[in-house]
Design a protein around this ligand. Sequence first.
Ligand code: TRP
Length: 465
Amino acid sequence: MTPDVQLNPSAAVRTEARRDAFASNLGAFAATVGSAIGLGNIWKFPYLTGSNGGAAFVLTYLLAVALVGVPVMVVEHAIGRRMRLDAVRAYGRAVPGQPFWAAIGWAGFVSAVFIMAFYTDVAGWVFAYVFKSAAALRTGAPLTSATFGALAGGTWEPLLWQALVTVLTCWIIATGVSKGIERVTKTLMPVLFTLLLVCDVRALTLPGAAHGVAYLFRPDLSKLTASVLLAALGLAFFKLSLGMGTMTTYGSYLPDQTRIVPNAARVALADTLVSLLAGLAIFPTVFAFGGTPAGGPGLLFNTIPLVFSRMPAGGLFTFLFFVLSAIATIGAMVSLMEVPVAWFVEKGHLRRPAAAIVTAAIMFALGVLATLSQSPVLADVKLFGKTFFDLFDFASSNVLLPVGGVAIAIVGGWLVSRRSFVEEMDRGYASAPRYERPLYALIRYVAPVLILLILLNSLGVIRLA
Ligand code: TRP
């Protein structure tokens, strides 16, 4: 990140024009939060908490967000804004004489495709639930775990929903409607937040709710195993959209006056709050109804209708909840698909619609494998002992994103000059803010070392837990 690799203004304008429909009109905070908040909060956080033993996982996750997530986001934003380039070229040019760091961007494409493969499956369930809850509202027949089992374990139904969300995302990308969608997302995010609060009030006043709260917040440290640590770290990356270039790309759109560090801290805080609110809606309900916290990917779909079933106009709230969740998934899917699309447009010289279609086709091909691995068709096909759904999830969150995160921290903390890095990080301040030194130490030492320890620990090379 030396001044001589600074992009010239005309190229910066071109880059801006290429993606202007996506980010240029948004406040830095809204754009970043829009990518971060998604299925990760309302689906993945609760389900991973449930299958990894509760509060010990939550505590590890919170530490991972603070000690690894925020520092890595700061590096991604600083490098992105300094370079004003897409992720591949940004890392390819950040360190003079070391173009191979572009591999961070390439690995990001693979992560994006893997994540979309299972993300579109789950987003399809959410969209299906919009319609199923509307139907339940009309007929009065409740949504039960059988409803979810039939959907996720089916063959054609989940594939059709997955195709639908893929086409929808593709269409948004191709036509550049994303600006409108982002605005809708931004307006409706507070509504989702409010609805989560309503859920929380209902869930927390159910008999036995205290068990759910204790499950989330009273850690039993004996539950900390290598796989729990890795899952918490992987979730921190997944949640904050880190480790694959999304936040670097967003950084390239950040206005010069944005203070990168407070922005990253606020995004992490808001995102974590939404996750915890979702957890507070789900776990008290699980305990009140005698369910099991380790309900797996179906947890959200089985508990939310239950939370609301016990209150006036519950069916309507269930419907609203899934509508808003569906909207939240769109922003995240667009940000995931945009990474390869941008590359196809720029290097592959495809036009946006063609780039969107090619990307969507690749994602859908893997997505079919993920979806069918939940149905009898491919349920027995396992690679490395995992179904396709689990494999794509594991390979992206628990391998590619953390490895990308180490590389990003090394580039930001060690390979670019401290002076130019800190200058970018502190832009917007008249004098060096107080957090500068400790944060730089987190970037340089704590974040990469923690990630490496957790990765080595999970491989069995060292033993932490
Ligand atoms: N953060 C989003 C969520 O929690 C998912 C997501 C969007 C993402 N863009 C990303 C994850 C980039 C990793 C990388 O639902």
